[in-house]
Each structure stands twice: as C-alpha cells, then as structure tokens.
Design a protein around this ligand. Structure first.
Ligand code: FMN
Length: 173
C-alpha cells in the first residue's frame, strides 16, 4: 500500500476474526515498529506478546473490561525502559522521551499491520499495576499501551477528523 494511503485509510479495529497471526508476520510488524525514531536512538521499547486466552482475559479486565482484547488472536503490550532512557536523558528522558519513543513505535506498528491487511487498536485505558502484575514486569518498565491485533472482522467507519482549522498556527508574532 502507498504510505499516504495507508496513513489515510487506517482505522482502529475492535472486532477480529479468530485467524492466528504467525510469528513471522508478528516479527515483521515489530521490525517496522523499531524503525521509529527514538531520542538519541536509545530504542528503550519492549514488546510482550500475549496469546493465551486466560492472559488476554486478564488484560481485558485490566483494561476496564474492554472485551475485544480477548477476541484478538494476539495482544502486544508495549513498555518503555525508564532506566535505560533515564541514563541518557535523566528526568526528561523518563517523563517525556520514553512516551514519545514508544508512541512512535506504536504508530509504525499500527501502520505496518494495516499495510498487511491486519487490524489493531491502540488501547491506553488500563491499570498499569494490573498489567505489571500479570506479566511480572520490573518497575523500570513503564506499561505504555496494549495493542490487540488480528484480521479485521468488518470495517468500521473512520472517525472524522476536525481538520486543520484552529490547529495550525502560522508565524505572526
Ligand atoms: C493514547 C491513546 C489511547 C487510546 N485508548 C483506547 C482505549 O483504551 N480503547 C479504545 O477502544 N481505543 C483507544 N484508542 C483509540 C482511539 O479511540 C482512536 O484512535 C480514535 O478514536 C480515532 O480512531 P481511528 O484510530 O480509527 O482513526 C486510543 C488511542 C490513543 C492514541
């Protein structure tokens, strides 16, 4: 798919077919994710692959009952190593770059999935403690997002964008 067409047509997918996603496909998505820019090329991202039904159920509970996490054949938990980015950039690294770097990787992941005919959704509403407990994550890993991914079951309408009016500020000062 053309890059711009991929960006324009991508939408969040919350209904999935049961088809599995094989490791090779998954790794190709993650290869795209890690092409994202990161502060000083620190690449402090981590990706946890969740396929077990019981684990996905627990993730859905951690995400305020968002049941589509269970339907997806795979959920990717994206985390940022705050110690790693903090060593390079201190407080700014821990509080800002960690989020920006992983967000860039997540967007790449969403676009790569879409390009391959897969659907995904960026899920940010979840209890970080519950996810940390489930995966037994060390405290230096900030849990940034849950990304359910699979073959779309149907195509939702893309939520409209408001446009650039009032959002672009041309130089006039
Ligand atoms: C930081 C962030 C958190 C989000 N959290 C959720 C979420 O918890 N549940 C959900 O269904 N969608 C979530 N979304 C997806 C947005 O609702 C979605 O991107 C938005 O409505 C625009 O739709 P589109 O992605 O189809 O263009 C989140 C998106 C972002 C960027």
């Amino acid at each position: 798919m053309e890059t711009l067409e991929c960006i324009r047509s991508r939408r969040s997918i919350r209904k999935f077919k049961a088809d599995e996603i094989d490791d090779e496909t998954l790794l190709s998505l993650l290869e795209s994710a890690i092409q994202a820019p990161s502060a000083g090329n620190t690449q402090e991202w981590h990706f946890f692959i969740i396929r077990e039904q019981a684990s996905k159920q627990k993730l859905a509970e951690a995400a305020m009952g968002q049941g589509f996490l269970v339907e997806a054949p795979v959920v990717i938990v994206v985390a940022a190593d705050l110690e790693e980015i903090g060593r390079a950039y201190g407080e700014r690294g821990r509080t800002l770059y960690a989020i920006q770097d992983t967000a860039a990787a997540i967007q790449n992941l969403l676009l790569a999935a879409w390009d391959r005919g897969l659907g995904a959704c960026w899920v940010g509403a979840f209890s970080e403690k519950a996810v940390s407990d489930l995966l037994a994550l060390p405290s230096n890993l900030r849990r940034v997002a849950l990304i359910p991914c699979g073959r779309p079951a149907g195509m939702p309408r893309k939520p409209e964008r408001e446009g650039l009016e009032g959002r672009v500020h041309w130089e006039h000062w």
